[in-house]
Every structure is written in C-alpha cells, then in structure tokens.
Design a protein around this ligand. Structure first.
Ligand SMILES: [Zn+2]
Length: 233
C-alpha cells in the first residue's frame, strides 16, 4: 500500500518535471529579444523615426508582430530566434531582413506619407515573418520557392489587416508579394482553411516542391491559378 502510494507520488513527480520541462522549452523558444539602432539620427528620416515612432514603441510593435506571425504559422514549431535588430540607416532602401537584422532606409522612411506607425508596422508583418517562416529551398535560383517565401510574408500583412496593394488579375502564381499573397488568401477561402499555415509546415519538413500544393489541396498549382484567375475577381 505504501509502495503503491509512493509510485503514485513518483508518477506525479514525473508529470511535474515534464510539465516544467514543457514550460521551459516554450519560454525558451519564444524568448526573442528586440533592439533598435538609429544610425541616421541627424537625417530627416532619422528625426522622423525618433519623433513619430521611437525605440520603446518600435520594440513593443515588433514583439506584437512576432506574436501574430508565429501564431499564423502555429502548425510548425516556433523557430528559435534569439534576437532581432531594427536598424534605421542613411539609405533610400525599403525594409529588408538579413539574418534577423531588419534594415529600413531613413530616406525611404521619410518618404512615407500618412501614419508612419501604421505603415511601418504593416511592413514589419512581412519582414518579421522572414525570421520565423520555414525556408528549405534555394531562394537565389528557384523562382517558385522565392515567390512562395515572399508571398507568405506579404500574406501576413494582408491577414493582419494592413491593406496591401489591390488584387490584380494576371501575372503568375510565383510573382511573390501582393500577387502571391492574394492568391494564397483565395486558396484559404475557397479550397482549404489555414492553407498558408499548412504550406509553411510542409516547408519545414521537406525542401521546396511544387507538389506541396497537391498534397494540401489535391489540386496542382497551375489548376489552382487558373481557377483563381477565372473566379477570384
Ligand atoms: Zn521579403
């Protein structure tokens, strides 16, 4: 009797340890930290950044965007990213993400009309997504893979409600950005829910293959694109 009680306690202890371990892993994985570097503080764009965004707001915004993006890709384990740096620099380049450094040109930033916080946050759904989406493929040489990676990133901006460019008929499915994002949203709505989440999950398991479309929707991508062109506008 004592022994059986003890083994029950033992089982409970094992469960507690497991619970703590699971919590630890969860906390550990999601502990991405953020920082900001304004390398163009004396330029009009650098001054506008400081006046209209500021470090504190920007860091909180990046955390919120990360939470949204990771949640939208929840079928895959969260990629461990220790740190993301947001850098304002004296160039006219638009936003880009290179090895978890998000670069924004001060001149580009200064050219944004309207609510700077809203516009930059919209762009960050795309850039932050690049740090967390699965990317097993050849970005430089495989236009299909590249288009999917850029389409998924802009899809985040679309579903977050940050108005990307309008749907435009024509083009091709792997053009990336708005074109592919709108196409993926149509697949979500008409073929299978959580399509992008499922696609990203697949992209974490295997190198890019056009057959992922067949695997997920039972239709090949050319058939889907034809249907979208015929019915999606
Ligand atoms: Zn991109």
């Amino acid at each position: 009797m004592y022994q059986s009680k003890d083994s029950k306690m033992g089982a409970l202890r094992t469960l507690s340890v497991l619970f703590l371990l699971v919590n630890f892993v969860t906390l550990h994985v999601s502990a991405t930290t953020f920082s900001v570097q304004n390398l163009a503080p004396d330029t009009p764009g650098g001054k506008r950044y400081a006046a209209e965004m500021g470090d504190e707001w920007t860091i909180q915004m990046l955390q919120d965007v990360k939470t949204f993006d990771v949640n939208a890709l929840s079928l895959s384990p969260e990629k461990p990213v220790d740190h993301i740096t947001f850098i304002v620099e004296d160039t006219d380049a638009a936003a880009s993400n290179s090895n978890n450094e998000i670069h924004v040109g001060a001149r580009f930033l200064n050219g944004i009309t309207g609510d700077l916080r809203f516009e930059i946050k919209g762009l960050m759904f795309h850039e932050v997504c690049h740090s967390f989406q699965n990317n097993r493929g050849d970005y430089g040489n495989d236009a299909h893979f590249r288009g999917v990676v850029e389409g998924i990133a802009t899809y985040m901006e679309l579903i977050a409600g940050y108005g990307i460019g309008p749907k435009v008929k024509g083009g091709n499915w792997y053009a990336g950005y708005e074109t592919t994002a709108h196409f993926f949203a149509w697949i979500d709505q008409t073929q299978i829910s959580s399509f992008v989440n499922r696609l990203n999950q697949r992209m974490g398991l295997l190198d890019w293959n056009d057959n992922f479309f067949v695997f997920i929707t039972s239709k090949d991508v050319d058939t889907l694109w034809s249907l979208y062109q015929a019915e999606g506008f």
